[in-house]
Design a protein around this ligand. Structure first.
Ligand code: 5GP
Ligand code: ZN
Length: 123
């Protein structure tokens, strides 16, 4: 399993950095975001270090599919029974802060705000 010694999410996978885990199997880990933006805010990550969505290849197809299935399951189990949102930020333009692929799962009992607007400030 490839890991990056400087990556905080690899350290979370290895339990070097603690996290609130909600799901784990041999390929995927899900834990609570440390700064939640909604009542349900989970991060679904592959255990293999993949820097971001722009770095994936056909070899990652299986784990990417599993991340989607797991996201749906954990969202429901966390209480998002009436829908949720997934977000994958990528690279500079996508404002990705942690360079280990992760899918945000956002939800809760009430509707989230709408998607970003086109005229939102971008500096
Ligand atoms: P990005 O902006 O890269 O899409 O999202 C990174 C997310 O990781 C942020 O929502 C941030 O709160 C979360 N995060 C960063 N460091 C940690 C950490 O050490 N533990 C947990 N649980 N979440 C983290
Ligand atoms: Zn990593």
């Amino acid at each position: 399993m490839s890991t990056d010694p400087d990556c905080i999410f690899c350290k979370i996978i290895q339990n070097v950095i603690p996290s609130s885990r909600v799901y784990e199997d041999e390929d995927v880990l899900v834990f609570k975001d440390i700064h939640p933006s909604a009542p349900v805010h989970l991060l679904v990550i592959p255990k293999r270090h993949i820097p971001g969505l722009s770095a994936v290849t056909a070899a990652d197809q299986q784990v990417l599919g599993k991340m989607m299935v797991v996201a749906s399951q954990v969202a429901r189990e966390a209480g998002s029974t009436d829908g949720f949102r997934t977000i994958i930020n990528d690279g500079r333009v996508g404002r990705q802060d942690v360079l280990h692929l992760h899918m945000h799962v956002l939800g809760g009992p009430t509707p989230l705000g709408r998607m970003i607007s086109r005229d939102e400030k971008t500096d």
